[in-house]
Design a protein around this ligand. Structure first.
Ligand code: IVH
Length: 590
């Protein structure tokens, strides 16, 4: 029970933290998908174990829609709660959603769905009494938001007074405030120049702009607004279709994005989604999916809501997309094998909920092929929805301010002349353990899980040990003592004991891991396995020659040259011999 208890408490804390970042600070740090995953895990566990006394809570996270606000603005109680939306990025869930609704009403007849874009901005509610805007608020915790009327009044597309016929007695207009992508880029460019806060995505920029104490700042941000719904709707004119209500709201002077569709069949909904996927990059504002709503107000009422979502609506979200940004610099990193990797830095952009500001370009050949310049506009994406990459340079947008990227000739850390790698794709620093930047990466790799694995000696502690002067080469890991470790800030007595025991455990190491941990250029774990299988002993491996190694099946000429160059280096050899002396390196065929 203890571990389930820990898991639930931990998930609650994580969600609370992410709620706070999202709703209160306008600075979310995880994607919606990731948030949903955490929430689903908690729902599952709470369903199963939540009745346990230990786990009972007066303020369940799952019931909180938003988070507590920072008390800058006065409070504003919504007439009807501002709910969230159930979301998916699986089209088949929409077919299931439709089937479920049909089943609920015991009908095979088609249900009409209203579809529109899910705008990635900030939800606001505008309360009009007899046609006059009386308050405007953020969503807050779903029930109580912040009164931001003064700032809302700076948005020119929001009417302060409703015009037209059948003006409702009371109406809560619900919509999304957002900033255009082009304005967001300009805003961040200015912030870079003025050394001010850079917004990680347009949503945060819109939220930050709306929650300014000075409405003049909000006005400058050129915020936009589209209506997607309403709360209280009291009008003499009875309208029972969501679509018709929105058309009426448009007639009253509110902006509604033209790209909406009333669908008679679920296939039309999917068609709308597919078109939105294709066309989203052409829009000058961020959308992260579409929203599908049962059109009939009668059916909506019958379906009702859970504590968090309406049962009559669902969001169908997109997968990662290409996002446009601008290259601001290209730096060069030294890896553990000495290879120099160009890293492109760009104006931070949000790609499927994650802020990205740099992408590795892997090697100078790719850099050349991309033909990228500093100040170029590019599209970036997250490969496999994770690793940021540059897709393409927007050549048409290139202007006279672009600057050529100069590839370094000498190592930025030790000053050695960089050499061409044998396969000619990259440059590398040949100084191995003698180059400080390279050595740091080598040490981190050596003690990492991919290397011989010394638990507790990660990047941070390795840097501390280098700075104190206890760590120069991998051999020094085995000269560390309890007395040395316990004086290192942040390590202490308890951890020192553990680390010493972990160092001792790491001494039994498989040959392939040992070879891989050395950080030989072009020798990854699969090449290390081939070498290990062939030589079966570390001593035999280090005594090899070019002829032998290049004859091994799977080891090409270039890799052989890298291996021999590494093993011929006197300093490397000295370190390897000392390691062989300290370790119990064994070969195992499994
Ligand atoms: S309908 C009862 N339609 O998404 C909730 N919401 O994740 C009805 N959003 O809080 C919401 N575009 O701020 C709806 N076309 C759209 C939307 C939209 C953006 C936001 C809204 C909502 C959030 C839920």
């Amino acid at each position: 029970m203890k571990s389930i208890y820990d898991k639930i408490v931990n998930l609650r804390l994580q969600l609370k933290y992410h709620n706070y970042r999202y709703y209160t600070l306008d600075a979310s740090v995880i994607s919606d998908d990731m948030y949903d995953k955490l929430r689903d895990q908690l729902i599952k566990l709470e369903k199963k174990y939540g009745k346990n006394n230990l786990l009972k809570t007066d303020n369940p996270i799952l019931k909180q829609i938003g988070s507590k606000k920072l008390h800058i603005f006065s409070e504003c109680v919504h007439q009807t709660p501002m709910l969230s939306l159930k979301s998916t990025n699986n089209v088949s869930d929409i077919i299931r959603f439709d089937e479920k609704i049909k089943k609920r009403f015991n009908t095979v007849n088609t249900i009409k769905y209203y579809c529109d874009f899910k705008i990635d901005g900030l939800a606001v509610t505008l309360l009009y009494k007899n046609g006059i805007l009386v308050s405007a608020a953020t969503r807050g915790d779903g029930w109580i938001g912040e009164n931001i009327k003064n700032n809302i009044c700076t948005i020119t597309s929001i009417p302060k007074k409703i015009v037209g016929n059948n003006i409702p007695k009371i109406i809560e207009i619900r919509g999304e405030v957002f900033i255009k992508k082009s304005d967001f880029l300009i805003l961040n460019q200015c912030s870079v120049l003025n050394k001010k806060k850079i917004f990680s995505n347009p949503r945060n920029a819109a939220a930050g702009s709306l929650r300014q104490l000075d409405p003049r700042i909000t006005k400058k941000r050129n915020l936009m607004f589209f209506v997607y719904g309403y709360g209280v709707f009291i009008s003499n004119k009875k309208i029972y279709s969501h679509y018709d209500r929105l058309m009426q709201i448009q007639k009253w002077g509110f902006p509604i994005h033209e790209n909406c569709l009333l669908c008679n069949k679920v296939v039309d909904v999917i068609d709308f989604y597919n078109k939105a996927c294709v066309n989203r990059s052409k829009l000058d504002f961020e959308i992260d999916g579409i929203v599908i709503k049962v059109d009939s107000i009668f059916l909506q009422r019958k379906l009702g809501c859970t504590e968090k979502y309406p049962r009559w609506a669902v969001a169908l979200k997109f997968f990662s997309q290409d996002v446009e940004t601008k290259i601001i610099d290209v730096t060069f990193q030294i890896g553990r094998t000495g290879t120099i990797t160009p890293v492109a830095h760009f104006i931070p952009v949000n790609i499927s909920g994650v802020t990205v500001c740099k992408a590795s370009v892997y090697n100078f050949r790719i850099l050349k092929k991309l033909n990228v310049f500093i100040n170029d506009y590019v599209t970036v994406y997250r490969a496999g929805d994770v690793i940021p990459k540059i897709r393409a340079v927007l050549i048409n947008k290139r202007d006279k301010y672009v600057r050529k990227i100069i590839f370094p000739k000498y190592c930025m850390s030790c000053g050695s002349k960089l050499l061409h790698s044998f396969n000619l794709t990259t440059y590398y620093c040949p100084s191995n353990f003698l180059c400080p930047a390279q050595n740091l990466q080598r040490l981190i790799h050596f003690s990492s899980k991919s290397g011989i694995y010394i638990k507790g000696l990660g990047r941070k502690n390795i840097i501390k040990l280098i700075n104190i002067g206890y760590l120069h080469t991998p051999v020094d890991f085995f000269t560390l003592t309890y007395d040395k470790l316990q004086v290192v800030p942040g390590i202490g007595k308890k951890l020192s004991n553990k680390i010493i025991s972990n160092i001792n455990n790491s001494k039994n190491v498989r040959l392939e891991k040992f070879i891989y941990s050395l950080g030989i250029l072009d020798v990854g774990i699969s090449i290390a396995k081939i070498l290990s299988k062939y030589y079966k002993s570390a001593i035999k491996f280090i005594n090899t020659n070019f002829q032998t190694v290049s004859n091994i099946k799977g080891i090409g000429v270039n890799i052989s040259k890298s291996i021999i160059t590494f093993l011929k280096n006197k300093n490397n050899l000295c370190i390897i011999l000392k390691l062989i002396d300290q370790l119990n390196i064994f070969f195992s065929s499994q």
